[in-house]
Design a protein around this ligand. Sequence first.
Ligand code: NAD
Ligand code: IPM
Ligand code: MN
Length: 355
Amino acid sequence: MIKIAVIPGDGIGKEVVAEGLKVLRKIEELSNVKFDFQEYPFGAEHYLKTGETLPDWALEEFRHFDAIYFGAIGDPRVKPGILEHGILLKLRFSLDLYVNLRPVKLYHPKLTPLKGKEKIDMVFIRENTEGLYAGAGGFLRKGTPHEVAIQEMINTRFGVERTIRFAFEYAKTKGRKKVTLVDKANVLTYAHDLWQRVFKEVASEYQEIETDHYYVDAMAMKMIRSPEIFEVVVTPNMFGDILTDLGAEIVGGLGLAASGNINPRGVSMFEPVHGSAPDIAGKGIANPLAAILTAALMLEHLGLDREASLVEKAVAKTIEENKVTPDLGGELKTSEVGNEVVKNLEVLWDEGEES
Ligand code: NAD
Ligand code: IPM
Ligand code: MN
């Protein structure tokens, strides 16, 4: 029995997680894998009702699960930062989910807005518990004309090294030939000097893997001009956040971008890259494919490689057949897309059994 904590969260988080669960239930039906899903109510509604974001008892419970499946949080009625820090970042920090693994993969050439690009397949390894997200800072003379707002960027040798090491190990085990470091060492001459030194050091242990480096501004340009040259990209927290929305857009948009928050020695959490999308929430038009591909990442993490790969193929087939939501130019509703993936999964599964 695989125990999964489910936090649908807010807005389209709830809508897309329902579709991911549909696909996971189909896996149960087709295979001998059994899931035990336990749902938690954390998010804006719960906060507005109780004043509670994420209680410590829940964090303790999460440690006993095999994985966490998360939708999205964020609500216009709640001051920015409360739910983001109180729930999402608290999960990442408290459970030490130090790698945010975000594939940027083109499932079909028609999805990219870039001319003539057919192959885009890179994986971002985003540092996930430090950098500008460390939460250190404060105000001086708040509310006066001389106010100073300070937000400190924390980079520890320990945190930087384990993230870079993860990137090289990932490249090695997945047969990828190159790791690219993205930083801003030309300006952040302390913080990112550390990144450069550690990167060189760790790279020297992986002679068979090629290395490469871009400053983050040039990287944004290069991802548009030549996305095909990237394989594994390792980068600090904030840059990883920004570049993976850009990455999502060059392969079809946020509706397709999956992610895992990984602690290699503990429970990991899986969530789409997108947020709660208040602009489209409640309309039944959110693209569930990011959440479904996120479920596939979770299956892979749980050692269910065949299941993961079939879910990915079922998604690719659904895109191929144009059974998609309006963000991808289709006319289907969120739940209809989920049903199509389930149908395709069943077909692909049977084909696999027969061959
Ligand atoms: P967003 O990702 O929610 O939305 C950005 C744009 O992309 C919107 O126009 C939205 O409609 C569209 N979009 C996103 N996902 C989509 C999908 N699956 N299908 C179709 N269209 C989709 O980002 P935002 O608007 O900047 O943030 C909204 C809220 O979500 C904020 O409160 C923010 O803090 C929060 N947020 C949460 C997470 C998370 O929980 N992991 C991530 C990002 C943002
Ligand atoms: C993401 C989100 C979060 C982040 C926010 C909501 C805290 O944008 O998961 O990409 O900045 O990491
Ligand atoms: Mn983001």
